[in-house]
Ligand binder design. Structure first.
Ligand code: NI
Length: 168
């Protein structure tokens, strides 16, 4: 397994929508090693989730490790379950050091497929529900900054522009 280089805010790949993974690819060695490398990369950087765009690959897959619940989802989709929302501080491995308050659905039904071709259909809540929404956004080329209030986004952009990683 390999730790893949992280892509940071400013890299166009983070604003690109990822492509659906075909049924023929599910179970193949390339996809298995991508998932394994993404898990390694997420652990290395200490994240609770990682989408393929963040390692420069525009394919619809993310990995997660939220409060001991670990896994990956190929071609993820989600819908809210109920109307409850959660407001919490959110960050992103691709925007180091930046956090802001994001409102998300409290509970979602997450669907997708594993690398073994098994259907995933789970109702999840709290941090994992937040993670599913954040990572699926990545696959649509959307960063959490878009969900911040105008004031918080302005502050975040100022912090990004003065960040060492942004000016490297
Ligand atoms: Ni992120």
């Amino acid at each position: 397994m390999t730790v893949l280089p992280m892509r940071y805010f400013g890299d166009p790949v983070l604003f690109s929508a990822a492509d659906e993974i075909s049924e023929a690819e599910i179970g193949n060695a390339g996809l298995r090693s991508l998932v394994a490398d993404m898990v390694e990369t997420m652990n290395h950087y200490g994240g609770v989730g990682l989408a393929a765009n963040q390692v420069g690959i525009t394919r619809r897959v993310f990995v997660f490790d939220c409060e001991g619940d670990q896994g990956h989802v190929i071609n993820p989709t989600w819908v809210p379950v109920g109307e409850d929302t959660q407001v919490g501080s959110e960050g992103c491995l691709s925007i180091p050091g930046i956090r802001g308050d994001v409102t998300r659905a409290q509970r979602v039904r997450m669907r997708g497929t594993t690398v073994d071709g098994e259907a995933i259909d789970r109702i999840v809540e709290g941090l994992l529900a937040r993670c599913v929404q954040h990572e699926t956004d990545h696959l649509d080329g959307v960063l959490f900054l878009r969900h911040l209030s105008r004031d918080q986004r302005k502050t975040a952009m100022q912090q990004i522009r003065s960040s060492e990683w942004f000016n490297r």
